[in-house]
Design a protein around this ligand. Sequence first.
Ligand code: SAM
Length: 341
Amino acid sequence: MSQQEFASHHASHRSVDRALAELRSRIDRLDLPSLEADLGFPLAEVMSFYEGELAHRFPISFANPRQFLGRLAEQLPLSDVAAFLLCAQGCDWRTTDFFFDEEYRAGLRRKQEQGTLPLFDYLFFFAFPGWLATQERFRIFQAHMQPHVMDGASLASVPCGRMRDLLTLDYTRLRQPVRLVGIDKDEGALAGARELAQKILGKDSRVRAEWRAGDALRPGMTEPAAVEEFDLVTSNGLNIYLTDEQCALFYANVFAALKPGGIFITSHLVLPTYYRWDCVKRHHVQLQTVVWKTLINPLWESFLKPPEAVRDQMKRPGFVEVLIVPDSQGIFPTFVGHKPA
Ligand SMILES: C[S@@+](CC[C@H](N)C(=O)[O-])C[C@H]1O[C@@H](n2cnc3c(N)ncnc32)[C@H](O)[C@@H]1O
């Protein structure tokens, strides 16, 4: 991985080796009884799940919980996404986009068939409930955005990352061009979005795409300010890293950027108490929880909240009829808010 690939709005670059060395020493110092009390289940349960379900495909040898965690840690650098998470404790535009990129997924499937898929690519892309929920969330967003693809509409993605959300909608029925606006703080993300637009849309005259560097937490977000400009704003992957105060700023900025009658579509990770436990694979959640709490410590874990709290925050600047659309596991609900006409 290049230095640039570790550029993140959340963490400064640290090498994988250094992050892994730090992690190893954290694992050596872990107070296992306190960890198990915090987890709410014994590590032995997760170890026996690993042995029963995963060890035949991803053999790692361990005799006790500390060794189990150490062996898992050694697997992290073998997956690009896991290595990034190890260093940054969150995803940037590039790593996030891998989850929605069919070509990337096809590459992982080929590795799976050849028996060369890294453990953490398997867990992140095909097993961990939180990541399956993020993939389902993408499809839920698409279903809610598509009806707003109308002649002459202005649709924005904030932060856009590679803007796969808007770029993959169906524009074939339009008679008047639609305007797509990608806003992101990171020029690298905007360049990645331009490149993807070229690949997906080519010279499709029904779509006019533009990109603006901007800060979603500043009033107006871009220069010139975005005021009553968009029919729809979609947002994934920013509010899950924001404090309540920052969410309030962000939602107010989106509200101001929408035309009267405009739609805001976003999502948020919720606390485990709100999961649909009858639809979630409990042992997968347990392994995911162990990985989060002991190996990665993702930043978003500090900002989990009840779905109603997200709805209330969206109502504060003026959104009405805020619809909560749960994914099948109830992990990453989508919120659709309306600015009054
Ligand atoms: C996790 S990525 C999500 C990108 C995209 N929405 C997606 O789903 O693929 C988060 C993005 O937020 C951008 N970002 C972080 N803070 C921002 C801010 N205050 N204003 C605008 N963009 C921001 C980052 O540059 C990054 O591209």
